[in-house]
Design a protein around this ligand. Structure first.
Ligand SMILES: [Zn+2]
Length: 371
């Protein structure tokens, strides 16, 4: 499937395109009718000689960024790109497999945590491929763990905190964060309970992912996140799927939603991430690509304005994951663009009205419209 997608990607008009008469969500706000030039895989400035696409009535978005996916098999990149997700941040995968997916022209661009730090005996230790490789038994293994990830090309370090059956000691999480920071790596902590959020915050993790399903973060926890400049990727699509599909005891989606509302209200940056995966062993399958649009809807339902939801999938993940070449529509940035038919500031569901997609300047067929 990936090869078919690559064949479908194409650069019409010698690679230079001008989308005219189009409203532009530049990564921060919606600006009125203008022209955006695609040239040499980047956003250009000179429309002379370009193939013209009349964008009248439409809105041009920066390519969407999903800040929590799993690249757990073939075809995932094509699925993501077909829904306008031109960058995907993988949060656990086998690095030898993910390496082959990096930097493919015309396909979704990825970053990856590689193997996450997992407590021996925990539920996550049974995940095929990554569970056993990620085991860390104590703080004295933190240096070795981080060095292995750096050697394998991990872009950031992921720690699974609060896994059922067994969890890391606080000292282990503390040591992992300290060593990762010494190595200049961001730390993303999986934390889907109130207690695990407290442990991840105490250790100084930069980014929390998931949102507690067992209770609402209290004002002290929220204030702590604000004070530390912490960022949250709540993966509401997965929280909703787990509660709906598995109905675990004491879990309620309303808790996750309320924590996102409180964090956002307090000024904690919220990033759109889905936990998209297609692995039989995971709690719930969430479809790649399509789910990011559902995540935007859930973020708005939790209290983000449509504009803040769009920022959560464009400029904010670019800023907090250190991707300065994307997440906005400005000359010189990657030509990752999604042309939609309706106004997403009026109704966030408009992000689904995809007309055309460009991924690094290559045009990609929207999902469901290909031959
Ligand atoms: Zn995940």
């Amino acid at each position: 499937m990936a090869d078919q997608q690559q064949e479908a990607a194409r650069r019409p008009g010698g690679g230079k395109i001008a989308v005219t008469n189009v409203r532009v969500f530049d990564g921060r706000q919606l600006v009125p009718g203008g022209t955006v030039v695609i040239s040499g895989g980047r956003i250009g400035t000179d429309p002379v000689g370009a193939q013209v696409i009349d964008g009248r009535g439409g809105v041009l978005l920066p390519g969407l960024i999903d800040a929590h996916v799993h690249l757990d098999g073939p075809g995932r990149l094509a699925a993501l790109a077909g829904y306008g997700v031109t960058t995907a941040l993988d949060m656990a995968s086998v690095p030898e497999e993910t390496a082959a997916l990096r930097g493919r022209p015309g396909q979704t661009d990825i970053r990856s945590a590689g193997i996450p730090a997992i407590a021996p005996g925990s539920l996550h230790s049974h995940i095929p491929g990554v569970g056993q490789r990620g085991l860390i038994a104590g703080p004295d293994e933190a240096k070795r763990f981080v060095a292995d990830r750096v050697a394998e090309g991990s872009d950031y370090i992921k720690i699974v905190v609060g896994s059922p059956l067994a969890d890391h000691e606080q000292a282990t999480i503390d040591a992992l964060v300290a060593v990762a920071h010494e190595q200049g790596k961001l730390v993303v902590a999986h934390a889907s309970s109130v207690e695990s959020v407290a442990k991840a915050q105490a250790a100084g993790a930069d980014i929390l992912t998931h949102a507690p399903r067992d209770g609402v973060l209290d004002p002290v926890a929220v204030a702590r996140a604000v004070a530390a400049g912490r960022v949250v990727v709540p993966t509401l699509a997965m929280m909703e799927a787990i509660v709906n599909n598995l109905a675990p005891p004491d879990a309620d989606y309303a808790y996750s939603r309320a924590s996102v509302a409180a964090l956002h209200e307090a000024g904690v940056p919220i990033l759109a991430g889905t936990d998209a995966n297609d692995s039989p062993g995971t709690p719930s399958r969430v479809p790649h690509g399509d789910s990011l649009h559902h995540e935007l809807e859930l973020l708005v339902d939790a209290g983000l304005s449509p504009r803040d939801a769009l920022r959560a999938a464009t400029s904010l993940p670019a800023r907090y994951f250190g991707l300065p070449d994307r997440g906005a529509i400005e000359p010189g940035l990657r030509a990752d663009l999604v042309l939609i038919g309706d106004d997403p500031l009026r109704d966030i569901r408009a992000t689904r009205s995809i007309r055309r997609i460009w991924c690094g300047g290559y045009e990609v067929q929207p999902a469901g419209t290909g031959t």
